[in-house]
Design a protein around this ligand. Structure first.
Ligand SMILES: *[C@@H]1O[C@H](CO)[C@@H](O)[C@H](O)[C@H]1NC(C)=O
Ligand SMILES: *[C@@H]1O[C@H](CO)[C@@H](O)[C@H](O)[C@H]1NC(C)=O
Length: 392
């Protein structure tokens, strides 16, 4: 942004040059961020999935078919087994560059989707992503005075990697998020800071975790922003095989050689493009390339347990804002969402029957990677406007 102002200033008078220069200094500021490793202990009951002992992990088709069977329909249930997590959640906490007094005890908690980690929220780089702050949710929130916490979900980035099948599932990850929110409110997650209201901002699987937290712990979260999200798991399963899932350890031994076989990546570049990126021209090719090159992992247990999180949250009253592109292939069959009341985005409000307010925004042409498309700045502006209108 500062660059635009500076080049504009070349054709303006010396006085406005002076004004622009000082304004540039202000707008080029960054939030002040700290890297944290937050110890978490959490317990939950996870699903026991029937994974064949002879599953052919060299076959993307076999892996996809298994996931499709396990996601099944929401009616399928599996036995439950108590499980626990003891480890660290890695995170970047950022103090905003602009001070807004009545936002100092509010925090936006960022929960990424699968194969993404905390860097998704910085526009794929730290402290600045591609094109400076163009795709940085953190940067936008910082300019509006919100403290932010972008975490690595358990099993990605620098967080503890649990068993990717028996442990890394919606139920235990929701319990981890619950403990994290308790720690934010108690002042133990970010040393010296107490946050009274937590705004949950999710992407994709992260949004499903928000849905699960609204169901299981309806008092935790003051407002939800759910991006790359919809009402049904049917498209999630139907359109997945094109990504050619493979074990991360065989796909990239250098980065992921130590991970168990149940940790997967999307191995097909055209498949990842088809599944996650909307219409041609809706994103910068350099952003797509960096996202493919830097992709993180997804646990087989996460994919298998999605249906357990995507369901009605009967007691949550928190306001909800949904941002999903009209060309999202993960939550809309054949990447065709429509944009009215019948769209999966609008229908997803039915999962929050007691919400004070549920609304949605559908960026045109945009695929699943809401914060990484050209429409990102508009999506950020829309959700922040919703938060402001609803008392945050
Ligand atoms: C993990 O930690 C290393 C070393 O501090 C850091 O360079 C890297 O950016 C971190 N990974 C992520 C995904 O943030
Ligand atoms: C926060 O303070 C600003 C003025 O500084 C005011 O306009 C806004 O209504 C306040 N918001 C809330 C939720 O109190």
């Amino acid at each position: 942004m500062a660059y635009h102002l500076t080049s504009l200033s070349n054709i303006l008078s010396p006085l406005s040059l002076l004004l622009t220069a000082s304004f540039s200094l202000f707008t080029s500021a960054n939030p002040t961020c700290t890297y944290l490793e937050i110890p978490i202990h959490a317990t939950a009951s996870n699903e026991v999935f029937p994974i064949p002992t002879d599953l052919d992990y060299t076959s993307p088709a076999a892996i996809s078919a298994l996931i499709q069977t396990l996601i099944g329909d929401a009616v399928t249930t599996f036995p439950l087994k108590p499980t626990s997590f003891d480890g660290i959640v890695a995170a970047r906490y950022c103090d905003p560059e602009v001070v807004v007094a009545n936002r100092s005890d509010v925090i936006q908690l960022y929960m990424s989707g699968v194969t993404e980690n905390n860097l998704y929220w910085f526009g794929l780089g730290y402290p600045n992503g591609i094109d400076g702050d163009m795709y940085s949710t953190v940067d936008f929130a910082s300019k509006q005075g919100y403290p932010t916490l972008a975490i690595d979900r358990i099993g990605v980035g620098n967080s503890t990697h649990p068993d990717p099948i028996t442990e890394q599932q919606v139920n235990l990850e929701e319990a981890v998020s619950h403990e994290l929110v308790m720690a934010l409110k108690a002042g133990t997650a970010v040393p010296g800071k107490v946050f009274n209201r937590v705004i949950f901002v999710g992407h994709s699987y992260g949004s499903v975790l928000g849905n699960a937290q609204a169901t299981n712990h309806p008092d935790d979260i003051a407002a939800f922003v759910l991006t790359g999200y919809g009402v049904s798991t049917i498209p999630v399963a139907a359109d997945l095989p094109q990504t050619l899932p493979l074990p991360a350890q065989t796909y990239d031994p250098g980065r992921f050689g130590s991970l168990q076989l149940g940790y997967l990546v999307t191995s097909s570049k055209p498949g990842r493009r088809g599944y996650l990126w909307g219409r041609p021209g809706s994103y910068d090719e350099a952003v797509f390339e960096k996202d493919f090159d830097d992709e993180d992992v997804v646990g087989l247990g996460e994919l298998a347990s999605i249906a357990g999180g995507l369901k009605e949250a009967p007691d949550s009253t928190a306001p909800v804002f949904i941002v999903t592109g009209d060309a999202d292939d993960v939550f809309c069959l054949l990447a065709t969402c429509g944009d009215g009341a019948s769209s999966p985005q609008a229908q997803a409000c039915s999962l929050f029957p007691k919400s004070e307010k549920c609304d949605y925004f559908i960026p045109q042409g945009t695929g699943h990677m809401v914060s990484l498309h050209y429409s990102a700045q508009e999506s950020f502006a829309r959700y922040h406007a919703f938060l402001a209108e609803n008392g945050f």
